[in-house]
Design a protein. Structure first.
Ligand code: ADP
Length: 265
């Protein structure tokens, strides 16, 4: 359930591209909040799941959106037949339990919501609950992690400098070709040759960014195509359905992408 603390029993598969595992471990040990920057579908969520497992912490994931209020994070009074009762929100539960709290796409949240995170990101490590007057001290092991996609809606929304300077930022991007091929092969179940071919198609399609393709194909899309191929769908059909069509509605971009698929397979 969203916002519930999960303890991951099995290791979530994560193939690193650099030294992100080591840097994150140090941030965790030193109580530093972490900002994961990078395009959609490049492995940020999987990385946090892997790190929560590696560090043996429960994980609370919150997907941010523009209706998310501070009460949705912190908690609220619920009216019951015998009066009112306070109910902790997911952030408060994470703070009390010493969980890793992952706020996905944090720029989507309103600024007055994001501000409640501030006292958790400095030496105080506290969460003030205005409505009850309680000052919750973060349990050992609590860590705040947020993600955002700098390319997406960049002009409309950005993180305020007063917020972003509270985090250590780790830059994510699509993995190098050989790493991405191993990920696609493993996650999709497609054969090695198809996984490599999908990744080189992905690289070519990413080159269309300069021609106006706003969202380029992510590792996730390539995995989806690999899954279709692994289940017997013809390669080009799999690529049209899982990679090309989700990316654009523009007829000229669609036809340029289909041409690249046809040239690749
Ligand atoms: P994001 O949170 O950046 O939008 P995800 O973490 O959900 O992206 O990644 C999408 C999918 O791609 C994952 O479910 C996983 O299958 C795969 N993936 C991406 N990068 C990696 C990686 N480095 N190691 C393992 N799997 C990865």
């Amino acid at each position: 359930m969203a916002g519930e603390a999960t303890r991951l029993q099995d290791e979530p598969y994560y193939l690193p591209s650099g030294r992100e595992v080591e840097v994150f471990e140090q941030c965790h040990a030193r109580h530093l909040a972490v900002l994961l920057k990078g395009p959609t579908g490049c492995g940020k969520t999987r990385f946090v799941e892997h790190m929560a497992w590696r560090l043996g912490r429960p994980l609370v994931t919150i997907s941010c959106h523009d209706d998310l209020t501070a009460s949705d994070l912190v908690g609220r009074f619920l009216i019951r037949h015998d009066g009112t009762a306070w109910q902790d929100g997911p952030l408060t539960r994470a703070v009390r339990e010493g969980a890793i709290c992952y706020l996905d796409e944090v720029v989507e949240a309103r600024q007055d919501t994001v501000v409640v995170l501030h006292p958790l990101t400095d030496y105080r490590r506290v969460l003030p609950i205005d409505k009850t007057g309680e000052l919750v001290e973060a349990a050992p092991g609590f860590q705040l992690v947020v993600s955002y996609n700098p390319g997406y809606q960049r002009m409309l929304k950005d993180l305020k400098p007063s917020t972003r300077q509270r985090f250590v930022a780790l830059d994510f991007d699509f993995p190098p070709e050989d790493v991405e091929a191993r990920i696609v092969e493993r996650e999709s179940g497609a054969d090695r040759a198809s996984a490599h071919a999908l990744v080189s198609l992905g690289q070519r399609l990413r080159g269309l960014r300069d021609r106006g393709l706003a969202e380029v194909p992510s590792t996730r899309l390539l995995i989806n195509a690999g899954r279709l191929i692994a289940s017997g769908i013809e390669v080009r059909q799999a690529c049209y359905a899982a990679v090309v069509s989700p990316l654009s509605d523009d007829p000229s971009l669609l036809s340029a992408m289909r041409d690249l698929v046809d040239a690749s397979f």
